[in-house]
Design a binder for this molecule. Structure first.
Ligand code: PNW
Length: 519
């Protein structure tokens, strides 16, 4: 088999079409609260997710918590082994603010927390794997939530101080940073949907205040890095945005779809990446008009001062995009019932949002498989914000099974990687990296452990939290090593394995012969 693979690799490298370009990097991702566990040991204090799941057991589908999760606080060496098994270039993980700084403020550093991240980072580097670090993946110190959290303007300073402290500890070794993961999730999923911690419902008000503070917090952290650390240590830093592919339900709905895109993504990109800075102008006007019409004296979306716009504009070194799924968009009709933004409707935009019935549903209620959407989003970024490097920082598929032969997940990653290649080769978009979510099954927020995104399956019934590679891990590892969309790999979970290898190899040899004839 090894011989067949090597032979195939050498011969097939003649046919360039499926190759990932030189310099294109692959990675896998996790986030602190979803994997670490050890919620109250070694000096860690509570974050908003600890408080949320402990006080509201019904917040998660299986009434579970992240108290133990994958126990990566103890099993991180095994995690690194898995990252190495996959052969990827980088591991994206996040830092738990309260593990490092239990008070939230940086007046007290928890040495155990420092040691944990130091060990993780140093061991990754020793094994030739680049750490890609997210400063904030939704786990605000509860102490700051008690003071208003992301709606208190002081959060900008709290976050900036925390960022400076983490850069001081690790910027000599970490060279790619994400400030904040998916602002949509910590503003809208909290204040609009109420599903994410701390679950405060304040639709159309709290989410907009949060948005402004998130933009400023990111910008301050970026400027601290730029002014105090960049000259000493090479590095690049950006915010990370979740993209839904909002598609017009018909030709007449192009404008409605673009507005939805602007409210979902544009509010977090326009202030940073556009030449003018500030909120997307149409969104700013719509929300302001609506607020005044409803009797408010000013817009529910807080305005930026000129100084704030200038502070935020240009605070990027690359573009970090997460992509999972899409929605169709149409203008609302008078009789329509409004669901909740961002997955059903927007009352401010008067649009209805729904999945295309043609898209295959995963086991997650929100995740429909729409690979073409990733290409559309990459093009949208390229068209609107120029040709800077784009790293896909998350993309993945969920199911509710322990199944190791996860054919759907293999197909999902293959389908999206194919669209990424089309963006690179057909559309000239500068995509430089791809990250599979997730390295392993983990605490999937409101779904608890009922939804699994892992390339590695985790046995949550065992105290050992045993990790086992799925077929998708074997496929992805082969993609990474062979740099091909359709690599040869051995799937031990497939029943008719031998015959499949024979068929697969024969078909590929045939394609190779045709390639050679045309060379
Ligand atoms: C991402 N939506 O969140 C997160 O970054 C991960 O922590 C999470 O585990 C992963 O996706 C899978 O859910 C999402 O609006 C945020 O559809 C928003 C949406 C989807 C995923």
């Amino acid at each position: 088999n090894t011989f067949v693979i090597s032979f195939y690799r050498i011969i097939f490298s003649v046919g360039k079409a499926q190759d990932f370009p030189a310099g294109f990097k692959f990675g896998v991702a996790t986030a602190a609260y979803q994997v670490e566990g050890a919620w109250n040991i070694s000096g860690r204090a509570s974050s908003i997710w600890d408080e949320f799941v402990h006080s509201r057991p019904q917040a998660t589908a299986d009434h579970s918590t992240g108290d133990v999760a994958c126990d990566s606080f103890h099993l991180w060496r095994r995690d690194i082994d898995m990252v190495a098994e996959l052969g990827v270039d980088f591991y994206r993980f996040s830092i738990s603010w309260t593990r490092l700084y239990p008070n939230g403020f940086t007046n007290y550093l928890n040495e155990d927390g420092k040691r944990y991240y130091e060990d993780l980072i140093d061991t990754l580097l020793n094994r030739g794997i680049e750490p890609l670090v997210t400063l904030y993946h939704w786990d605000l110190p509860q102490k700051f939530q008690d003071l208003g959290g992301w709606t208190n303007p002081l959060v900008v300073e709290w976050f900036a101080e925390y960022a400076r402290a983490v850069f001081t500890l690790f910027a000599d070794r970490v060279h790619t940073w994400i400030t904040i993961n998916e602002p949509i999730a910590l503003c809208d999923m909290v204040y609009h949907v109420g599903s994410h911690a701390p679950g405060i419902l304040s639709p159309g008000v709290g989410n907009y205040i949060c948005m402004k503070n998130v933009m400023l917090a990111h910008a301050k952290a970026w400027r601290i890095f730029d002014e105090e650390f960049r000259s000493k240590h090479y590095g690049r830093i950006a915010i990370c945005n979740m993209h839904l592919a909002y598609e017009p339900a018909s030709d007449e709905e192009t404008e409605a779809a673009e507005l939805a895109r602007q409210l979902f993504v544009g509010v977090y990109t326009h202030p940073i990446y556009s030449a003018a800075g500030g909120w997307p102008p149409k969104i700013e006007k719509i929300i302001s008009d609506r607020s005044l019409k409803d009797g408010y004296n000013y817009s529910r979306l807080p305005a930026f001062t000129t100084a704030e716009k200038d502070l935020i504009r240009g605070t990027y070194d690359f573009y970090a995009m997460n992509y999972y799924t899409g929605r169709l968009v149409r203008k609302a009709k008078i009789a329509d019932k409004y669901g909740i933004w961002p997955l059903e409707a927007s009352t401010d935009l008067e649009v209805i949002v729904y999945p295309d019935p043609k898209w295959k549903m995963s086991d997650s209620y929100w995740l429909y498989v729409y690979p073409e959407g990733i290409r559309h989003q990459l093009n949208w970024i390229g068209k609107n914000y120029g040709n800077q490097a784009i790293i896909i920082t998350e993309n993945g598929y969920s199911d509710s099974k322990m199944d190791l032969n996860d054919k759907e997940r293999v197909q999902y990653h293959r389908g999206h990687l194919k669209q990424v290649l089309l963006s690179i080769y057909e559309d000239d978009v500068n995509v430089t990296g791809y990250t599979a979510w997730s390295l392993m099954d983990n605490f999937e927020w409101n779904s608890g452990y009922t939804q699994r995104f892992g390339l590695y399956a985790v046995d949550f019934t065992s105290p050992l939290r045993t990790r086992t590679p799925r077929a998708s891990a074997l496929y992805y590892g082969a993609v990474v090593r062979q740099r091909l969309l359709d690599p040869v790999y051995d799937n031990p979970y497939q029943t008719s394995r031998a015959s499949n290898i024979v068929i697969h190899t024969s078909v590929n040899l045939f394609i190779t012969l045709i390639n050679l004839m045309y060379c």
